[in-house]
Design a protein around this ligand. Structure first.
Ligand code: SF4
Length: 699
């Protein structure tokens, strides 16, 4: 076989959204390199991206549709899905049906899944694993800005004098962006502060590491707001002209103050003072945050406590300034744009607004749009377990391992009358499928994704899908057609879907809201094929070039009065049970992704950590009778997992850290999701994946 032409596409892992050039080789392998023309990475790749060519084997691939574990044809499988969904709707109503999707889906897949569920099934029970990743940022943005808007760009991290990384092990989780930050530090001497209970590799590279007590971020930033006020750092003109609600937020901040921040964070006073002084005196400051902020039962308050400080100082939307949410997944942002969460409507419209619902209903010509928000991920699977949801379609994700209280998820799926799973490989979730649909994988499908800085990039196929695998958008449209909605889902290519998505964003927003890509509504097929990465918004007539876009430097928020809102963030404390005295923190490691269905295929990536582990402070290990490098059992009120003890002072006393990746498929009893509590943030519904009560004992 002759080697193929290079294809410019995007990496399917983290939210940095690096451009990748993939070139099929004569021997059947694929050469991978970073795309030097992509603005996100300018040719760089991290270990995961560089190893993409080694993950393309067909081992474990789903190649044919199956019904009850037996191979079948597409027609039979799709007919059955459509029939069972319609029967369920007829007997129990539309809210008895659900879709659970993934930040791995492309925007076009997401768009048709959301359209089918909200517009044509007529209920909003569509949620995704982005609920585990970004929901608190979304909720915090909407509370403060009136819209789910990331104000800045990656360039801001390079133009800042101070970059504060909160709850982010950026070196491992957003590696290429961290490389950009380090290069900027070389050039301009950027100061880097890391706020993280663990001494991660990122913390070790920082100028200042604040090893705060878990979940004390609200107190830290409320204390900062109080400090900024007392020391005269208010941007009075910005606050006066562009914001509202300061008095209440300041009252809550004063209630916290330096003493309470000190007590809650348990930092040495001089370190806390140093941080407050540094933040106050650095005009160009970016506060970037990730899962240590979002994956918390007070995640939305953490987000708003950070945003409050930027609004107060007017440090937002200008070069080198602003709060910056680092998304975990490659297309968590694209999913938000199409409204692929249970509490959102497409194009950043509000499902609670009758006029917004009518706008979308008439654009789709739908028979009955959902009239209220649906169930968020944890509640959605609880409803499956309680028999309120009787048919669920899971797309491109593995909730049987990755959701909190994972044993309960498996039990719920076992009891559910009808489970459809479309995916690429077999997982613990596919074991529960009545109908299994083989989906095209990263190298085989085309569409778009949006990264953390609102940059929409093309993902392009360069390999033929194996067996009978099909792209997700095609599968969803084929089911929709069989349910009687052929006209509304008569899409023949992802380009057609993207055009409709873009047109709806223009009609819906008319230049008055943040997400608007109406400039793409008339893209020809060839223009879509060659579409270069661009940042939204791109309103009607705007050029699709590489112009940088920022929000809110001059106000213009999407609240009814167009003012940015300060949100009071009272300080709360997490109770610790004597039976479960340790705080279990879960997260990513450098070389793995999610439940390892792809990254475990390459020995290179497995050599970083060969098995799951638990980082534990030496004193906690001694108190619990744990010897270094022995097997230990993590026990929580929810369940257990067995991992290798890694005794280290990097871990804060009183907390333990276990990677999220391993499942029982790779390590017997190593599935940490079983021990994670399903408590959620009351505003965002995001689970507190980093703060389950637990204990550890020798295995
Ligand atoms: Fe892929 Fe993220 Fe690595 Fe870039 S930084 S190559 S997007 S995993």
């Amino acid at each position: 076989m002759a080697s193929g032409a290079p294809t410019r596409t995007t990496c399917p892992y983290c939210g940095v959204g690096c451009g990748v050039v993939a070139t099929p080789q004569e021997d059947g392998s694929v050469a991978i390199r970073g795309d030097e023309n992509h603005p996100a990475n300018l040719g760089r790749l991290c270990s995961k991206g560089a190893a993409l060519g080694e993950t393309l084997s067909l081992d474990d691939r789903l190649l044919y549709p199956e019904i009850e574990g037996h191979r079948t044809g597409w027609d039979k499988a799709l007919d059955l899905v459509a029939r069972r969904f319609m029967e369920t709707m007829a007997e129990y109503g539309p809210e008895a049906v659900a879709i659970y999707g993934s930040g791995q889906l492309l925007t076009e897949d997401y768009y048709v899944a959301n359209k089918l569920m909200k517009g044509f099934i007529g209920a909003a029970n569509i949620d995704t694993n982005s609920r585990l990743c970004m929901a608190s940022s979304v909720a915090g943005h909407i509370r403060a800005f009136g819209s789910d808007t990331v104000p800045g760009t990656y360039e801001d991290l390079e133009e800042a004098d101070l970059v504060v990384l909160v709850g982010s092990n950026m070196t491992w989780c957003h590696p290429v962006l961290f490389q950009r930050l380090l290069a900027a530090r070389e050039r301009r001497g950027t100061r880097i502060v890391v706020i993280d209970p663990r001494r991660t590799v990122t913390a070790e590279a920082a100028d200042l590491h604040l090893a705060i007590a878990p979940n004390s971020d609200v107190a830290l930033f409320a204390g900062l707001l109080d400090h900024l006020d007392r020391m005269g750092f208010r941007d009075a003109e910005y606050v006066e002209r562009h914001t509202s609600g300061l008095d209440d937020a300041l009252a809550a901040a004063q209630d916290c103050g330096f003493p309470r921040a000190l007590e809650a964070t348990r930092l040495p006073a001089e370190k806390l003072r140093e941080f407050y002084t540094l933040w106050s005196r650095s005009e160009r400051v970016v506060t970037a945050y990730s899962q240590g902020v979002n994956q918390s039962v007070v995640g939305t308050d953490k987000v708003n406590a950070i945003i409050n400080c930027h609004l107060f100082t007017g440090r937002i939307g200008r070069p080198g300034m602003g709060p910056f949410s680092l998304t975990g997944q490659p297309n968590a942002m694209g999913g938000r744009e199409v409204g692929g969460l249970a509490n959102m409507l497409t194009a950043h419209l509000d499902i609670n607004s009758a006029s917004h619902r009518e706008l979308v209903r008439s654009f789709w010509n739908s028979p009955g749009l959902a009239t209220r928000p649906g169930l968020k991920a944890v509640d959605l699977f609880r409803a499956v377990g309680e028999g309120r949801i009787k048919a669920i379609w899971i797309m491109g994700t593995n909730p049987a391992d990755s959701l909190p209280d994972a044993d309960a998820i498996q039990k719920a799926l076992r009891a559910c009358p009808f489970v459809v799973v479309s995916d690429v490989t077999r997982t613990d979730t596919t074991r529960h499928a009545h109908v299994l649909l083989p989906a095209a994988a990263w190298a085989e499908k085309s569409g778009t994704v949006t990264n953390s800085e609102r940059r929409i990039s093309r993902q392009r196929s360069f390999l033929k899908a194996p067996g009978e695998a099909r792209p997700d958008w095609r599968i969803i449209c084929d089911v929709a057609a069989r349910m009687g909605f052929a006209e509304a889902f008569d899409f023949q290519s992802p380009a057609e879907i993207f055009r409709e998505h873009a047109a709806l964003s223009g009609v819906a927003n008319g230049g008055s809201r943040d997400f608007d890509i109406a400039a793409c509504a008339e893209l020809t097929g060839s223009a879509y094929d060659t579409l270069a990465p661009f940042q939204w918004p791109r309103r009607q007539g705007a050029p699709l070039d590489n112009t940088t876009t920022r929000f809110f430097a001059e106000g213009g928020f999407y609240t009814p009065d167009q003012r940015g809102r300060f949100v009071p963030t009272p300080v709360t404390e997490q109770a610790v049970s004597p039976d479960f005295p340790l705080i279990l923190n879960t997260g990513r490691i450098r070389d793995q992704w999610h439940t390892m269905t792809r990254t475990a295929k390459t020995p290179r990536l497995m050599s970083h950590y060969a098995e799951s582990f638990c980082e534990i402070h030496p004193e906690d290990a001694e108190d619990s009778g744990i010897e270094p490098a022995t097997l230990a059992r993590i026990v929580s009120p929810q369940g257990t997992a067995v991992v290798r003890a890694l005794v280290t002072e990097r871990q804060r006393k009183g907390s333990i850290f276990v990677p999220m990746h391993w499942t029982d498929q790779q390590t017997a009893q190593g599935r940490i999701g079983a021990a994670v509590l399903p408590a959620v943030d009351p505003v965002s519904g995001q689970p507190g994946l980093k703060s389950s009560g637990a204990r550890i004992e020798p295995f």
